[in-house]
Design a binder for this molecule. Structure first.
Ligand code: ATP
Ligand code: MG
Length: 650
């Protein structure tokens, strides 16, 4: 690939702020310690967790790729996230500042409140027949009950599978069926963009297509009418609110299933990723503490949906295991106005903020005047997750949200990895805009070529993880063989993540997008990330997606889908030419898109990832593939018609 990453790395480096560096939780010493004794380092991190029975061995890797971490240890994840903080005298500390979408609709839950709620829900679920080893599906809006439901399942040793509230009945049914969920926890509906959307209705439809569900536990959130099946359906306020707050947690084996989470489906049909208890809790707690540089007075806020792995690891398990205070927000960033997020940061004096590049680009599109109206001076660390953050978006985020002083942690990880793997550290890394930098202490990653050999400086290849890690997936639910084939067969002994990456001169890692998305134009390999970064660096562009579409002469040709900034209007008559020339200039003539389509939306998953495979389908005039994880299914029709109205470039 080309030299763009190196150009950038030599241009801009942000040293950690001196005050942060002086009190940093993770420093160079941690990298050294982990490098000399990796398993010893993880044993130390495991001390962040309360073990009912201590583990006897850190790692059993005698039967790869099936790992056992903290062997022999027994623990309860919910006890770790709630009870022990109350027992330590922190019951009055706020766990969750919940902000509903309707103005003024807020709730505050201390750790003591959360403990009572989790115990009540555990007792109610037991009454409904949920026991250790069962699965429970959760299909809720972003309300405190979602957190309570997950923790109650964990407390009972029943694996949860959380399905994003925006998904259809079909998507829900296939997940319920795949993991055989016995109970579904849902709400009548949820608020989104000022109106209420029905959830119970979708659950009824989903259950009609399956035969495994015994009970539906329903939270009343919107008050809308719901269908009801006596005996099967029960109201949360009837059975949870009236249950006892006494509940003694059992301790489970470190390898006991904690949850099944289906991937975004960006590259194909979603996979049910299994996470287990001990290792997952250790690594989420450790990375939350280290990567966000957690301090006692922090108010943390992660905007991810709880139905995404980020919501699991960095709203529920990581922050709560660390006893942190956080904001949980139900709604969208533009309801009732486009400054809602920044208003929440101002009102709750948020210090650590974690979001996705797609949201940052949306805010860029709306313009910097909006965040400028709020006091964001409490922010100390900003985070990014979900895809590469382009240097332009990074600089905008740092400048307009972070006041030009706040470090950004660009965290690379996956549903499969369970927790952060590659990221700068806010108090010790000199960060480069657009680079994920280095594996966190304790993690071993490499960029390799086709033959599996590490690439040299300034070379690109495949990102692999060369050693097992505590929060790694244990299998694909019900399909060990697919687990081995998907992740462990391409490079023997290594986990292959599916992402392309590049090492710069200094050895720092830049993510280049999915290997499946890499284009081959006349024998030149081009990464989606680089072309998209080039497009977004144009002054009229807010967002861009690039794909390789089959082409008779060049094998593949670049097709760009572009959303313009609101301030750019329609971009002017020559906008397509202008953009093609711009990419040619930024990267080289070979990368010049054959075609550029101006669109108003891009097909995205719930985590904001662009589904390039669907764009490829459109560009190659094929029927559109599995779109069950799309947040808004109407966008594909819009894009198809936009595509057909525009001629190919020269
Ligand atoms: P599927 O595996 O079904 O295609 P998915 O990979 O989109 O779905 P996730 O587990 O939510 O599902 O996404 C993980 C992927 O997100 C990573 O493999 C990587 O491509 C991308 N990603 C996440 N964080 C970053 C980051 N900081 N920089 C670059 N890419 C990132
Ligand atoms: Mg993936």
């Amino acid at each position: 690939m080309n030299v763009r990453a190196d150009d950038l790395s030599s241009q801009t480096v942000f040293e950690p702020p001196t005050d942060l560096a002086a009190r940093a939780n993770l420093t160079a010493a941690a990298y050294e310690r982990a490098a000399t004794d990796r398993l010893g380092f993880w044993a130390e991190q495991a001390e962040r967790i309360h073990w009912q029975t201590p583990f006897t061995r850190v790692l059993d890797w005698s039967n790869p790729p099936f790992a056992k971490w903290f062997v022999g240890g027994r623990l309860n994840a919910a006890y770790n996230c709630v009870d022990r903080h109350v027992e330590a005298g922190n019951g009055d500390k706020v766990a969750i500042h919940w902000v509903g979408e309707p103005a003024g609709d807020t709730r505050t839950l201390t750790y003591a409140d959360l403990k009572d709620e989790v115990c009540r829900a555990s007792n109610a679920l037991t009454e409904l027949g949920v026991g250790t080893g069962d699965r429970v599906a959760i299909y809720l809006p972003m309300i405190p009950e979602a957190v309570v439901a997950m923790l109650a399942c964990a407390r009972l040793g029943a694996a949860h599978t959380v399905v994003f509230g925006g998904f259809s009945a079909d998507a829900l049914a296939s997940r319920i069926e795949d993991c055989k969920a016995k109970v579904v926890i849902t709400a009548d509906g949820g608020f989104r963009r000022g109106s209420s959307n029905a959830l119970k209705l979708a659950v009824d439809e989903a259950i009609a297509a399956t035969s495994v569900v015994e009970h539906v536990l329903v939270v009343r959130r919107t008050g809308q009418g719901v269908g009801w099946i006596e005996g099967r359906d029960v109201w949360w306020h009837d059975v949870v609110d009236t249950a006892s707050v006494e509940h003694a947690p059992d301790a489970f084996d470190s390898e006991h299933p904690l949850y099944v989470m289906y991937t975004s489906g960006t590259t194909g049909k979603p996979k049910g990723i299994l996470h287990t208890t001990g290792g997952y809790l250790v690594q989420t707690a450790y990375t939350f503490w280290g990567v966000f540089d957690l301090k006692d007075d922090d108010v943390y806020w992660c905007t991810a949906d709880i139905g995404w792995v980020t919501g699991h690891s960095y709203i529920v398990y990581g922050p709560l295991a660390c006893g942190a205070t956080q904001v949980l927000y139900e709604g969208t960033p533009d309801t009732p106005h486009k400054g809602r997020w920044w208003e929440i940061i101002q009102d709750y004096r948020v210090t650590k903020f974690y979001t996705a590049p797609t949201a940052i680009r949306t805010c860029m599109k709306w313009g910097e005047r909006i965040p400028a109206q709020y006091d964001l001076s409490t922010l100390r660390v900003l985070g990014s997750v979900g895809e590469s953050i382009s240097p332009e978006a990074y600089l905008w985020y740092r400048e307009n949200i972070g006041g030009g002083r706040t470090p950004i942690v660009d965290t690379w990880w996956q549903t499969e990895t369970g927790a952060h793997m590659i990221t700068p550290l806010p108090g010790s890394t000199a960060a480069k805009p657009g680079a994920a930098m280095r594996p966190v202490p304790g993690i071993s990653a490499e960029v390799v070529d086709d033959a599996g050999n590490p690439v040299g400086p300034s070379e690109s290849g495949y990102l692999v993880l060369t050693e097992p890690w505590p929060s790694m997936l244990r299998t694909i639910w019900g399909d060990d063989q697919r687990f081995e084939e998907t992740y462990w067969s391409r490079f023997p002994g290594c986990y292959f993540a599916g992402d392309g990456a590049k090492k710069d001169q200094a050895g720092d890692i830049w993510l280049l997008g999915r290997v499946d998305d890499v284009m081959n134009v006349s024998g030149h390999r081009l990464s989606t990330t680089e072309i998209e970064s080039a497009l977004v660096s144009h002054s009229k562009v807010a967002e861009a997606a690039a794909i390789g579409a089959s082409d008779e002469t060049t094998g593949q040709a670049v097709v760009g889908f572009v959303i313009l900034l609101e301030s750019a209007g329609d971009g002017g008559a020559d906008i397509v030419q202008e953009l093609r020339t711009h990419v040619g200039k930024e990267i080289g003539p070979i990368a010049k898109p054959r075609q550029i389509v101006i669109v108003t939306e891009l097909p995205k998953t719930r985590s904001g990832k662009i589904m390039r495979r669907l764009l490829r389908d459109v560009a190659e005039h094929r029927a559109i593939g599995d779109a069950t994880t799309l947040t808004d299914s109407s966008v594909m029709d819009l894009i198809s018609s936009g595509m057909n109205n525009q001629k190919d470039g020269d």
